[in-house]
Structure formats: structure tokens, C-alpha cells
Design a protein around this ligand. Structure first.
Ligand code: ADP
Length: 240
């Protein structure tokens, strides 16, 4: 697999505080990577770097062999979609919300929107107003807005936090379907280690802004990680 992202000597600082410090991280095209770690470890900050919402204070984030010190151009930013933990939706119907990105890009919407609603079990709600939906339905609409674009990279920030098993299953199945069908590169931030195991062959562990572990998910979750803090995290001794 070719390298899609290469981070070298990356730091992100807010004032005097360094919240992320990654010497080296490579993400091949088509990878399914989980990022786990306690709250405040820098996981969301990493996602913001990967979707060009934020630039590193020092170091480089290379994408497809290129880097843009003054910000990535629109066509590159459109290849990468981030789904936030708390979805921001338009004040319209489910269908209008899911069609939004395609309309913005001047691409035909109907068939792709219908297929996406179907995939996420939302067809019967197509004409419902988004603000009337339950939390799980809203999160599925937010994911639908991303999936319909068939992005090259899908970044997910705790997409199933606080959802019931039915919604978790629907969301996981839709993400896996996109990954399989289009070879989408997926990076999922999750606090749920079982979810990491279900979805991602590779897991990176962030602690205090540092990448302390990066390897096969099974190895980490069996407590065979190399860093003692990872073992504490996996065994639940570390509060997060
Ligand atoms: P995580 O996603 O692992 O919970 P974050 O990446 O959201 O961690 O945050 C890492 C640290 O950076 C936290 O301590 C957070 O308070 C801090 N932080 C995040 N964004 C900002 C910001 N815009 N200004 C100052 N501090 C921030």
C-alpha cells in the first residue's frame, strides 16, 4: 500500500502547552486505523491535522507526498471528510442534509442519497426534519453526509459515543461497507477498545500527546503492547 499520510516531528502547541508531539506516523492509503487514548490525549487534535483544519506548530504533515505550509487547497480538502462527535446538521429534512455536500460540489444527488439512506437504515425518515430525530438517528445522518461523498479519507471522532447497540451496529456496518467498496482510508477515534478490535487491524495509542504504541490491534488488546502505560490503559487501570 502506498503512503497516504506521513507525519514527521509534528507538534501542536496552544500557548506554552504542547498537546501533541508525534515523531513519526505513517498511514497507508486504504488503511483502517483506530486511535485510542484517555480524554485530553490529543486524539481530536490529530484528526484536525489530518483534515487540514489545523496546521502543526512544527514539523510536517505530508499527504500523498505533498505538503502545504499555507493550507491545503479546496480539491485536497474535499478528499478528506471529518465526522464530529456532536453532529451539526442543517435545519432541513434528512434527505436535504445528506444531499448537502453533493449539491455544494455540483454533483447529482438523487441516487447516491437514496443508496446512502438505505445503507444507514434512514430511508423511512428521508422527509423527516433532522431536528426531530433521536441521537442515534442524528449521528447516522451526520455519517450519511460524509459517506454520500465517497471521500478518499474518512475521519471519525467517536462516532458511536453514547449510542445504543442497534445504532452502533448500523454505523459500524456502513463504515465497513464504504471501506470495503471504495478502499477508503479510515481513521476512527474511539474510547471503546472492543470497537477498535471489531473494525481496525491497526491501533495507535495516544497518551499525553505522545504516540506510545502503534501496531496490530489484537496484540495491544491482549495486553502485549510494548509500553507499560498501554497495558494499564487496556486493562482499565487508567481512568479515561
Ligand atoms: P482528546 O480528543 O484526546 O480528548 P484533544 O485533542 O481534544 O484530546 O485535546 C488535547 C488537549 O488540547 C486537551 O488538553 C485540550 O484541552 C487542549 N486543546 C484542544 N484544543 C484547544 C484549543 N483550541 N486551545 C487550547 N487548548 C486546546
Amino acid at each position: 500500500m502506498s503512503t497516504l499520510y506521513a507525519l514527521e516531528h509534528v507538534t501542536v502547541r496552544y500557548g506554552a502547552r504542547t498537546v501533541l508531539s508525534i515523531d513519526h506516523l505513517e498511514i497507508p492509503a486504504g488503511e483502517f486505523l483506530a486511535v485510542v487514548g484517555p480524554s485530553g490525549a490529543g486524539k481530536s487534535t490529530l484528526l484536525r491535522l489530518l483534515c487540514f483544519l489545523e496546521r502543526p506548530t512544527t514539523g510536517t504533515v505530508r499527504y500523498d507526498g505533498r505538503t502545504w505550509p499555507d493550507g491545503a487547497p479546496l480539491d485536497v480538502r474535499r478528499e478528506v471528510t471529518l465526522v464530529f462527535q456532536r453532529p451539526l446538521l442543517l435545519d432541513g429534512t434528512v434527505e436535504q442534509n445528506v444531499a448537502y455536500g453533493l449539491r455544494l460540489r455540483g454533483e447529482p444527488a438523487d441516487e447516491r442519497v437514496a443508496a446512502t439512506l438505505e445503507l444507514l437504515g434512514l430511508s423511512h425518515l428521508a422527509r423527516a426534519r433532522a431536528r426531530t430525530l433521536s441521537g442515534g438517528e442524528l449521528q447516522r445522518v451526520a455519517l450519511g453526509r460524509a459517506l454520500v461523498l465517497r471521500p478518499r479519507v474518512l475521519l471519525l471522532d467517536e462516532p458511536t459515543a453514547n449510542l445504543d447497540p442497534h445504532n452502533v451496529a448500523l454505523i459500524e456496518e456502513a463504515i465497513v461497507a464504504l471501506h470495503r467498496e471504495y478502499g477508503t482510508t479510515v481513521v476512527i477515534v474511539t474510547h471503546n477498545l472492543h470497537q477498535a478490535r471489531r473494525l481496525a487491524p491497526r491501533t495507535a495509542v495516544l497518551l499525553d500527546g505522545h504516540l506510545v504504541e502503534d501496531g496490530p490491534t489484537d496484540v495491544l488488546l491482549e495486553g502485549r503492547g510494548t509500553d507499560p502505560r498501554t497495558r494499564a490503559f487496556v486493562s482499565g487501570e487508567m481512568v479515561y
